[in-house]
Design a protein around this ligand. Structure first.
Ligand code: PEP
Length: 245
């Protein structure tokens, strides 16, 4: 399967950060994987212009479930599609925890993204406490069942397994732990989507860097990565991308 490497800039980046996108274009011209950069909303318009004619595409970090209306401060999937956005990250653990987003909300957003023609990157993952209680598979299964809408297909859906305790901490699960969860996700996708479940990309996310990417990409059912901190510097992100091809 063609790998997908997505960078989540979170609430980072000013107009001057455009230089990182320009640099990334220069560093990844020959890459044979799909590369997505998800800057904050404020930079999306410029970023879409900047990547024209390159192999980079632009994603967003969230969208609203409604297409328009009285939702002050929100951004709809249709607005993102209108700008030329192709992907949207949904249900990131920071939004689940800090913005109180539950599975039902994430599913509503995934439906909206699908309606607008965007590809959803739906994030799932257990907390440290849940892993310590040996509940990682149960929690991820519940999130997946609750967040992935009926009728989802591999053309509109990517799953990112992001253990909450590995995000931004420098901690990475063992290879066995990653393979165990990714295999369980693959199995659930096959049960939900039939044969098409084989084609849904499953990304790993959580402290991926250029130095550990090759090992992670070598694991079964790992089809790419969702990268936070290491996506902010073009040279580091390019190092991860080169490990994927
Ligand atoms: C993320 O926020 O999705 C993430 C994986 O962050 P980091 O790579 O910094 O751990």
């Amino acid at each position: 399967m063609r790998r997908l490497i997505a960078g989540n800039w979170k609430m980072n980046g000013l107009i001057s950060s455009q230089a990182e996108i320009e640099a990334l274009k220069g560093l990844t011209g020959g890459a044979t994987c799909d590369i997505v950069v998800c800057p904050p909303f404020t930079l999306i318009d410029r970023a879409v212009e900047a990547v024209k004619g390159s192999n980079l595409v632009i994603g967003a970090q969230d969208c609203h479930a409604q297409s328009s209306g009285a939702h002050t401060g929100e951004i709809s999937a249709e607005m993102l599609a209108d700008l030329g956005v192709r992907y949207v990250i949904l249900g990131h653990s920071e939004r689940r925890v800090l913005n109180g987003e539950d599975d039902e909300i994430v599913m509503g957003k995934a439906l909206a993204a699908h309606r607008a023609g965007l590809i959803s990157i739906v994030c799932v993952g257990e907390t440290r406490h849940e892993r310590d209680e040996a509940r990682a598979l149960e929690v991820v299964g519940e999130q997946l069942r609750g967040s992935v809408p009926e009728g989802a297909t591999s053309r509109h859906l990517v799953i990112a397994y992001e253990p909450v305790w590995a995000i931004g901490t420098g901690l990475v699960p063992t290879s066995e732990q990653i393979e165990e969860v990714h295999a369980a996700i693959r199995q659930m996708l096959k049960e939900r989507l039939g044969d098409d479940g084989h084609l849904v990309k499953i990304l790993y996310g959580g402290s991926v860097k250029a130095s550990n990417a090759a090992v992670i990409f070598g694991l079964r059912n790992v089809d790419g990565a969702l990268v936070g901190g290491a996506s902010l510097k073009a040279s580091e992100f390019a190092g991860i991308i080169s490990a994927a091809v």
